[in-house]
Design a protein around this ligand. Structure first.
Ligand code: MG
Length: 367
């Protein structure tokens, strides 16, 4: 089987809540998502998606995804999309770095592999653990009172895991964490995600100010080294996200006992092939994971569902249903949240069909 054509689409994904805000005054109103369609000489096509969390979250931006895919496209024509390792090596040899660019292509190749062998990705990735898995809800940064007030609405949607966007000034963040924690019920999980927003001394003050609260601390500072100092001074369970962007960092973090949980985002590490490798290593090492991406719609949510559902339940800390945050649906049969939980589609590959009317015409095609 060979890749014979590549279509790239651009889709705007507005948010039901109007905007999403996190540390450093960063926010997104409309997500700019890129959808890749790989067409093969067998007539099978595969879908992938990449959607950066704006241009200032990771070294990634929406137009860069499309420019990078255009750069890769000539190398991909004629390659066998079912040979995932070879495809990834080809992409790494053709374009250094830029893992997020490769993520959508890798995802589309997985979709083709699943369709070619008639199996859903969850099966190819090891099989399903249980009927479904738990999701978390991100609580966009706002005043402590308004953030606490939002918990009830999200719980009514079935969520029991909440990720609080913090990483602003120390006093406000301590108040945020206390006020939201007061809303929790037995069994709920609360994470304070600073998204690199605290300096080391600020993070130590927040960690000290919440030492009696049942809360996880996620990615307090910009660098791995600063996070490690905070980790060594707090009694709270600890999650690393932005600094964990490859397998080597997971190994380093394991050796340093730098975290209890990692946040594994598919595009951050370069696609499902590399995410699965990291996932399997984390399971072997006993590191739990939040499995998600930087954002996205139905296609990314489906990919998340397959990777999450094929992760042993005790190591799946949580996952994200991004398609429930956005007002636009790009695919039929994408997984939907039910009582705060989700399951992977049962059809072959990603198990979804594109909504052609929503994707519109490709922004470019390469044959
Ligand atoms: Mg995070």
């Amino acid at each position: 089987m060979q890749i014979s054509a590549i279509n790239v689409y651009q889709v705007d994904l507005p948010l039901y809540e109007g905007s999403y805000k996190w540390s450093g005054g960063r926010s997104v109103d409309v997500f700019d998502s890129t959808v890749v369609e790989l067409i093969t000489d067998d007539g099978i096509f595969g879908l992938g998606e990449v959607c950066p969390l704006g241009p200032a979250y990771l070294p990634a931006y929406a137009a860069g995804a499309r420019a990078g895919i255009a750069e890769l496209a000539p190398h991909l024509i004629g390659a066998d999309p079912t040979e995932l390792a070879l495809i990834n090596r080809l992409m790494d040899q053709s374009l250094r770095g830029h893992p997020y660019v490769k993520s959508a292509v890798d995802m589309a190749c997985w979709d083709i592999l699943g369709k070619a062998c008639g199996q859903p990705l969850a099966t190819l990735m090891g099989g399903r653990y249980g009927e479904d898995f738990a999701l978390y809800r991100a609580i966009s940064q706002d005043t402590p009172k308004r953030m606490a007030a939002n918990v009830g609405g999200y719980r009514a949607q079935g969520y029991t895991k909440f990720q609080l966007k913090s990483g602003s000034d120390v006093e406000t963040d301590i108040a945020r964490i206390h006020l939201v924690a007061a809303q929790l019920k037995p069994g709920d999980v609360l994470v304070a995600d600073a998204n690199c927003g605290w300096t080391q001394h600020e993070a130590l003050r927040v960690a000290d100010g919440v030492r009696d609260v049942n809360v996880y601390i996620e990615q307090p500072c910009l660098s791995y080294e600063e996070c490690l100092v905070v980790r060594r001074h707090t009694n709270r369970p600890f999650i690393l996200d932005e600094v964990v962007d490859d397998l080597k960092t997971v190994v380093r973090g394991y050796n340093d006992q730098a975290m209890d949980v990692i946040n594994l985002k598919i595009s951050k590490v370069g696609g499902l092939t590399k995410a699965r490798q990291i996932r399997d290593l984390c399971v072997s090492l006993g590191i739990a994971m939040t499995i998600e991406d930087t954002w996205g719609g139905d296609i990314i949510t489906s990919a998340i569902a397959h990777l999450a559902h094929s992760t042993p339940t005790e190591y799946l800390f949580s996952a994200t249903d991004f398609n429930s945050y956005v007002t636009v649906s790009t695919a039929i049969d994408a997984p939907q949240r039910l009582k705060g939980r989700m399951s992977a589609p049962s059809g072959p590959g990603l198990g979804i069909e594109p909504r052609r009317d929503v994707l519109g015409d490709p922004v470019f095609t390469h044959r």
